[in-house]
Design a binder for this molecule. Structure first.
Ligand SMILES: *Cc1c(COP(=O)(O)O)cnc(C)c1O
Length: 399
């Protein structure tokens, strides 16, 4: 059997060094727990970065994959794909959307949404109406256009020239967006709750204000719900907290329960601008991925996991907020549902490492924010245990 040291050596030798990886080889998972190659157990509050909403190896997900893999994995989108049709139907029945396009990742969904918005702006209004307003601290993916939409210059470095046509304004600032919109604006693209950018929840007037602005100017409202969607914030979609519907929404991460899939959801008046041959994806919405996503979404709805995320999120937020009394280094605890951030007055890298050593996996969101995105099936005992581990580590790490 290959030992951990050898795995790490081979990893360094054969893989491009694009991730600041923790020196850990994860080999098995069940529910909210994972095990490394030495057999050590961890509570997983990373969940594949807000992907494993149903936890690891959920029986319904495993059954869907197994059954579909034995029947049909991939055919071309030149043919109709039964589970893809069923999944699109279910997604539209449970959202604002009329139509769905499937792809394989979040970045690809945003690329497609950007193409859709440009085509819409040009065909509906004018050829120079292609600009998209995005928000500082946002994150939309690593492909070139998604990167250009991502208003965090640290991610751009060395990859210029990026596609033009993006304008950045401060997140949560309605006035700034109002001032930035003009007759070249085809869309506003925003995460309802910023994930990577620090777990930032906007004020209650923000999304409804953006909706109104779009209605007045003809710009499309595109919501990137790749991280905030699929029950994560306590509603199936985060926009439902504010009753402000988008025209276009991108989804990925938790949609496939770990099988790569992304989607663009849209109203018909926008969707109709993508015509045969104008966009596509070889693997997009293939039989295996959509059959799996169908099981994920069905289970999520049957077990009312968004409500569970709200309940468990409230508990986690309370517990984390209580730590503030004890550690003045904690500045704020914020978030919605089970998308929670804890901002410290210092870099948190060491705390993440400390938690890992004590058996808890957590994420960062920027340098100073700890991010908690456990599976939505997390229970009270696991949640309290996680906070206990964090408490111990903070006690050890903070002066
Ligand atoms: C993760 C993420 C993406 C990118 O998704 P990939 O599947 O990694 O391409 C885009 N937007 C948001 C909000 C995300 O959290």
């Amino acid at each position: 059997m290959t030992d951990t040291k050898t795995w790490l050596e081979w990893s360094a030798q054969y893989l491009m060094n694009t991730y600041a990886r923790n020196p850990l080889v994860l080999v098995r998972g069940e529910g909210t727990r994972v095990w490394d190659s030495d057999g050590k157990e961890y509570l997983d509050f990373v969940g594949g970065i807000a992907v494993d909403a149903l936890g690891h190896s959920h029986p319904k997900v495993v059954a869907a994959i197994t059954e579909q893999a034995g029947r049909l994995i991939q055919v071309s989108n030149l043919y109709h794909i039964a589970p893809q049709i069923e999944l699109a139907k279910l997604l539209t029945e449970h959202s604002f959307a009329d139509k769905v396009f499937f792809c394989t990742s979040g970045a690809e969904a945003n690329e497609g949404a950007i193409k859709l918005a440009r085509r819409y702006g040009k065909e509906r209004f004018a050829t120079d109406r292609y600009e998209i307003i995005t928000m500082r601290g946002g994150f939309h993916g690593r492909t070139l256009a998604a990167l250009a939409a991502t208003a965090q210059e640290k991610h751009h470095h060395g990859f210029e020239p990026l596609p033009i046509g993006f304008k950045y304004v401060a997140f949560g600032d309605l006035r700034a967006v109002e001032q930035a919109v003009d007759n070249r604006t085809c869309a506003i693209l925003v995460e309802p709750v910023q994930g990577e950018g620090g777990v930032n929840v906007p004020g209650d007037e923000y999304l409804p204000g953006l909706r109104k602005l779009c209605d007045e100017t003809g710009a499309l409202l595109i919501l990137d719900e790749i991280q905030s969607g699929m029950g994560r914030t306590g509603r199936l979609w985060a926009y439902q907290h504010w009753g402000a519907e988008p025209d276009v929404m991108t989804v990925a991460k938790a949609l496939g329960g770990g099988v790569p899939i992304g989607a663009i959801l849209a109203k018909e008046f926008v969707a109709k601008h993508l015509t045969p041959g104008s966009h596509g994806s070889t693997f997009g919405g293939n039989s295996l991925a959509t059959a799996t996503a169908l099981a994920v979404l069905t289970t999520m709805l049957e077990e009312n996991l968004p409500a569970r995320a709200e309940r468990m999120g409230r508990r986690l937020k309370e517990r984390l907020t209580a730590l503030k009394q004890k550690y003045p280094a904690i500045k704020t605890v914020r978030g919605l549902g089970l998308l929670i951030g804890m901002e410290l007055d210092r870099p948190v890298k060491e705390i993440v490492a400390g938690c890992q050593a004590d058996g808890l996996l957590i994420l960062t969101a920027g340098d100073n924010v700890l991010r908690f995105v456990p599976p939505l099936i997390v229970d009270d005992v696991e949640l309290d245990r996680a906070v206990e581990i964090l408490d111990t580590v903070l006690g050890r790490s903070l002066p």
